[in-house]
Design a protein around this ligand. Structure first.
Ligand code: S3P
Length: 169
């Protein structure tokens, strides 16, 4: 498979964007760009440290700049941060050369996936199903508006999710 566009994975924290991106890239020999990882490498510090040192706005600007850079590429799986599609400008950039795929999961599933991780500043002192549900609800309209394809991930293997995604392209 060789696409002349990019696949852009969006969704709340813990919906499996990085996992699915890595699996797609293995199965279809596509390059992957994990936005959080690239930004952390460029800045030479973890996402938590970037938030702490420069604030969220700085991180959000870095996301916008990176999306603009990625427009010139194709056949890349881009896994966004959970907040990337909240800026309208970012969604415009994604859609210029990408199919936007929204991964979803229930708050309970997300809680199980993120509870032992400490690299998500927005959840660090808020690890509860209730908080996750509330933040997810606040964001859902924007996620849905950005999505070309929507895939539920609860109780599915990464292979099943990738198959569903490829069939929907
Ligand atoms: C964020 C999600 C994180 C990361 C940052 C902010 C968000 O990415 O970009 O902590 O606003 O939802 P993941 O979705 O990969 O955890």
């Amino acid at each position: 498979m060789k696409l002349n566009y990019n696949i852009v994975l969006i969704g709340f924290m813990g919906t499996g964007k990085s996992t699915i991106s890595a699996h797609l890239s293995r199965c279809f020999d596509m390059e992957t760009v994990d936005m959080d990882q690239v930004i952390a490498e460029k800045e030479g510090m973890s996402i938590s440290k970037i938030f702490e040192t420069y604030g969220e706005e700085y991180f959000r600007n870095a996301e916008t700049n990176l999306l603009k850079e990625l427009q010139s590429r194709k056949n890349v799986v881009i896994s966004c941060g959970g907040g990337t599609p909240l800026r309208e400008e970012n969604v415009k950039e994604m859609k210029k050369n990408g199919k936007v795929v929204l991964l979803t999961a229930k708050p309970e599933t997300i809680f199980e996936r993120v509870k032992d991780n400490h690299d998500r500043p927005l959840l660090e002192n808020n690890k509860s199903v209730e908080f996750i549900e509330e933040l997810m609800l606040k964001r859902m309209d924007k996620y849905m508006a950005a999505a070309d394809i929507i895939i539920e991930t609860d109780n599915k293997s990464k292979q099943e999710i990738c198959d569903e995604l490829i069939n929907a392209l």
